[in-house]
Design a binder for this molecule. Structure first.
Ligand code: A5P
Length: 232
């Protein structure tokens, strides 16, 4: 296996889950980037797909590789979305958004019939929150009140910065990175966060049906969590 933590292997495995003529959701981040390159090669060899990207970065890469992009308005459904994750618990609940694309990632994942998650074993955690960070996307107007609410909840929010500037998401929002520990009840926290006016989305991806691909030695291990990919 090449020295990429096995990402090439799982990305190529994911290609096998994409039927011809599919509409494919393209995730964001390192694992998704490896997959987009693999898909681009297949498209160059004549494989017919259209894609909906989850970020400007993934859109730019797909365009550069000749993968045709489409829009929600022009398709019925997304057949398969392939993305990475920052934490995966044993039930297949996720934390995402360390790369800042959580909102579009969740929109695309929720519109996909099948969600394929590519992760190295270091992302598998016994309990969500183990890595200590939960990104929360916030509209700029609400930054201060939301920050105060999160602080009062004990979440010690930090405004994300990048290259010395406040980080702006592709949607024109900010990210507050909450310091968390292992979460007893991620659903309770997610519901509480969504009740705060100005919070747009959280990095908790709960109850999605997933196919999780993990490199294991020179093999790819597959875990299927739930039968249907769309959370009700
Ligand atoms: C982007 O906002 C994130 O949700 C990524 O999908 C996640 O951070 C995984 O990225 P890597 O594959 O780069 O670890």
């Amino acid at each position: 296996m090449p020295n990429d933590g096995g990402l090439e292997a799982i990305a190529h495995h994911a290609l096998g889950l994409i039927p011809p003529q599919s509409v494919v959701g393209l995730g964001t981040g390192r694992a998704a980037t490896v997959f987009i390159h693999a898909l681009g090669e297949r498209v160059r060899n004549g494989f017919p797909v259209r894609a909906i990207p989850t970020s400007q970065a993934s859109a730019a890469l797909a365009t550069q590789l000749g993968i045709p992009l489409t829009r929600f308005e022009d398709v019925e459904d997304i057949d398969v979305c392939v993305d990475g994750a920052d934490e995966v618990d044993p039930a297949g609940n996720l934390i995402k958004g360390f790369g800042g694309a959580l909102l579009r990632e969740k929109v695309v994942a929720a519109s996909a019939r099948r969600l394929v998650i590519l992760v190295g074993p270091e992302k598998l955690v016994p309990v969500l929150g183990t890595r200590g960070l939960l990104p929360v996307e916030v509209v700029p107007f609400a930054l201060t009140p939301v920050e105060r609410r999160l602080r009062a909840m004990g979440l010690n929010p930090q405004l994300r910065r990048q290259n010395g500037q406040t980080f702006i998401t592709d949607n024109g929002h900010h990210i507050l990175d909450c310091r968390i520990g292992p979460l007893d009840d991620p659903r309770l926290l997610d519901d509480a966060l969504h009740r705060i006016p100005g919070v747009v989305e959280t990095g908790l991806f709960l109850d999605f049906a997933l196919c999780i691909l993990i490199p294991e030695g020179d093999r790819v291990s597959t875990r299927i969590t739930r039968p249907s990919a769309r959370p009700e």
